[in-house]
Design a protein around this ligand. Structure first.
Ligand SMILES: NC(=O)c1ccc[n+]([C@@H]2O[C@H](COP(=O)([O-])OP(=O)(O)OC[C@H]3O[C@@H](n4cnc5c(N)ncnc54)[C@H](O)[C@@H]3O)[C@@H](O)[C@H]2O)c1
Length: 130
């Protein structure tokens, strides 16, 4: 794990954040102050806004995007540059407080399609899937 951290710290590899909403975008930008980050979201319109330093959730100012090493993409291929994946997609609950896990399953498939031997993945904030 220390080796993985060193690779990330030295920017020999990138960390990916999948799902750039209220949780994912600030998390991705915080990582990007120190590490190389791929910010992935399926919503291309939201991605285009983030490329222009606009937070589609209207929580963050343009300045928060400054000095960040981050590539925003809605193309799964961009994830191949990563070795560590954090998933932060919505898990809305119904009237019985049961979460809809469809977005999480879809994001897991996305990561699964690009995961290489030795890569790590975790879901925020529910559980680790590594
Ligand atoms: N918002 C909060 O205050 C809050 C607080 C604590 C925990 N959480 C948890 O954090 C997680 C993320 O919630 P949020 O509020 O950030 O969601 P959100 O709705 O703000 O954003 C989710 C983002 O994920 C993207 N997305 C959806 N499916 C995707 C997929 N398959 N692949 C890639 N991107 C996808 C959407 O386009 C959107 O940009 C959830 O599990 C939620 O329960 C949220």
């Amino acid at each position: 794990m220390l080796e993985k951290y060193t690779e990330l710290k030295d920017k020999h590899t990138a960390i990916a954040v999948i799902g750039l909403g209220y949780v994912g975008l600030p998390l991705a930008l915080a990582f990007a102050k120190k590490l190389k980050v791929i910010g992935f979201d399926i919503n291309a319109e939201r991605v285009e806004k983030m490329r222009n330093h606009i937070d589609p959730s209207n929580e963050l100012s343009k300045e928060e995007f400054n000095d960040c090493d981050i590539q925003f993409s809605s193309d799964i291929q961009a994830l191949k540059a990563s070795t560590f994946y954090v998933i932060a997609v919505p898990t809305p609950i119904d009237d019985s407080n049961l979460p809809d896990l469809k977005p999480l399953l879809a994001a897991t498939k996305t990561v699964g399609s690009t995961l290489k031997k030795g890569d790590s993945s975790m879901n925020f904030p529910l559980f680790s899937i590594s």
